[in-house]
Structure formats: C-alpha cells, structure tokens
Design a protein around this ligand. Structure first.
Ligand SMILES: [Zn+2]
Length: 294
C-alpha cells in the first residue's frame, strides 16, 4: 500500500533539543519495501486558511511569530520548518483521499493536534487532521467524521478547531497529568491515571469507542496512533508495552473499519529514551494498517 512521509524536509535543531526529528527517516527506512513511501506534497496556504486564522498564517509564513508564540511552539522558526509543516498536512490529506478510495490510508507523520484555529504550539504548526477533513469535505468525499486521538497528550487544538461542528466528533484518550495543562474539551475526553497499563487502557478505549461511534456515525475517521503512551516514553505518564500499543492499533482500526468509515492513520508523538523504541511502535502501527489493507 501507499503511505506518505515528509521526512526529507529536515529542520535545523539546536544540539540536545528534545524533538526526535530522526524518527521519521528511521521509520521510512524501516517500512520501505513492505509499503510504498511517497513524498508528501505541501498543502497550499488557501487550504490551511480553511481552518487557521489569517493573521496566524501570515506570522508563520513570514517568520513573525511573537516570542511567546515561539516559546509555545517549541521549535525554532525556519523556512524549512514551514515547508515541512505544510508537507505534514499534505501527507494526511493524501492519506485521507487514499482512504476514501481504498478504505485505509496512512501518513508517516501528522497528528499535530496541539495546533488550533488561532494558535500553533506543542511542536504543532498546523492542524493536519482539521485541514484534511475540510478538504475531503470540499471534495465531496465525506461529511461525518470521528477523530480518535490516542496520543498521550490531550488533543486540545483539534478539539478547538472542530468545536461546534455538528458532523465531527472528537475523542481523546490521554494521560490525566500530561500536557496541555489547560484543556480545551473534546466531545469525549478520557483522562487516564499515571501508570495506566495495557489492560486498563484497552478497556477504557473500548468503552470510549462504544460511546463515540454511535454518536459520530463516521464516513471518515482519523486515528492518531501516538507512540507516547509507551512505558519508556520521556514525556508520557502512561505505561503501555509495545504489545499493548499494537493491540490498541488493531482494536481501533478494526472498530473504525467495522463501523464503515474510511480510516486515516497518522503518527502524532513519540519521545522514547531510545528513538528505536518509538520507531518500533510506529512501524508496528504501519504493519497493522498494511495487514488490514491486505
Ligand atoms: Zn504527544
């Protein structure tokens, strides 16, 4: 199957920066051959403007984010950062269009869920899922949408961007004591205690899907398969094993497919002490998607 990646647009980071930029290229190398990895196109600015505030986009484009915005983003501005961000969105859109045609699609990137209508923060420049949803709606491909956000951090930007949208349901399952500390509520938020392991997590996820799916009745579903609920993650406060994360991926993909939705899988976060662990988790997600596609 075809998947998308923007890893070739690397950004300059100061030595010791916490963002694991290498995981994207390591993942491409790992999955290449089992899937076909295509370069993501840059999403045009007009498409970003369907979701994001005009002035915010101007500040991002021109490198004029305020000091406060720059600090909140956590990545140093550069032209290639903007190009990379647009390609990350483009990858999710390509995966969404692929999913609407073939049932499943995957971006080896995206899941930038802390970007909202008028803010870019937490390593997230643009909200790829909200932009891709606006685009597939404009294409006439789908209307009703469900976002299943299993990154360990609550999906505040997506919640804000899709708030008041009667045809979009946002579900976020996350560490109760993880960033962001001031929440923007999703349609359904599930706060999990620090140290939650595989069994309790999977039970909570199953319950959340039982609630969300009948409300959402999705034609398209976006799954943020964050690698950061992993027990060895530097930022996440949950304690899933690699086997638990794989069971999570299988559960979500199966339930969303079973509900008749086109399923779009994106990566979101992953900050394991050893980047190889993050790549293992992401590659397992890609394997689950490829198996479901077979
Ligand atoms: Zn995260």
């Amino acid at each position: 199957m075809d998947v998308w990646s923007h890893d070739r647009w690397g950004i300059p980071l100061p030595a010791g920066h916490k963002f694991p930029i290498s995981k994207y290229t390591l993942l491409r190398e790992r999955v290449q051959g089992r899937v076909t990895v295509l370069d993501s196109e840059a999403a045009p600015w007009e498409w970003l403007a369907a979701v994001h505030d005009h002035d915010l986009l101007g500040r991002i484009r021109d490198g004029e984010l305020t000091v406060r915005e720059q600090r909140g983003l956590g990545l140093p501005w550069s032209e290639v950062l903007v190009e990379r961000g647009r390609r990350s969105v483009g990858g999710t859109l390509a995966a969404a269009r692929h999913a609407l045609e073939h049932g499943l699609g995957m971006n080896l990137g995206g899941g930038t869920h802390h970007a909202g209508h008028d803010f870019a923060r937490g390593y997230c420049l643009f909200n790829d899922v909200a932009v891709a949803l606006a685009r597939v709606r404009a294409d006439g491909g789908a209307r009703r949408a469900l976002v299943v956000d299993c990154d360990v951090h609550q999906g505040d930007g997506t919640a804000q961007a899709l708030a008041g949208d009667p045809d979009a349901f946002t579900l976020s399952l996350h560490g109760a004591r993880n960033y962001p500390f001031q929440r923007i509520p999703s349609d359904l938020d599930v706060d999990l205690p620090t140290g939650t392991g595989d069994d309790d997590y999977l039970r909570a996820l199953e319950d959340a899907l039982d609630t969300a799916l009948p409300h959402a009745r999705p034609e398209v579903a976006f799954y943020l398969a964050g690698a950061d609920p992993f027990e060895g993650d530097r930022l996440g406060r949950l304690a899933l094993t690699k086997a638990g994360l794989r069971a999570r991926d299988e559960l979500v993909v199966e339930r969303l497919r079973g509900a008749g939705a086109a399923v779009v899988v994106v990566l979101a976060g992953g900050y394991a002490h050893d980047v190889t662990d993050t790549v293992d988790i992401n590659a397992a997600t890609a394997a689950v998607v490829a198996a479901a596609d077979a």
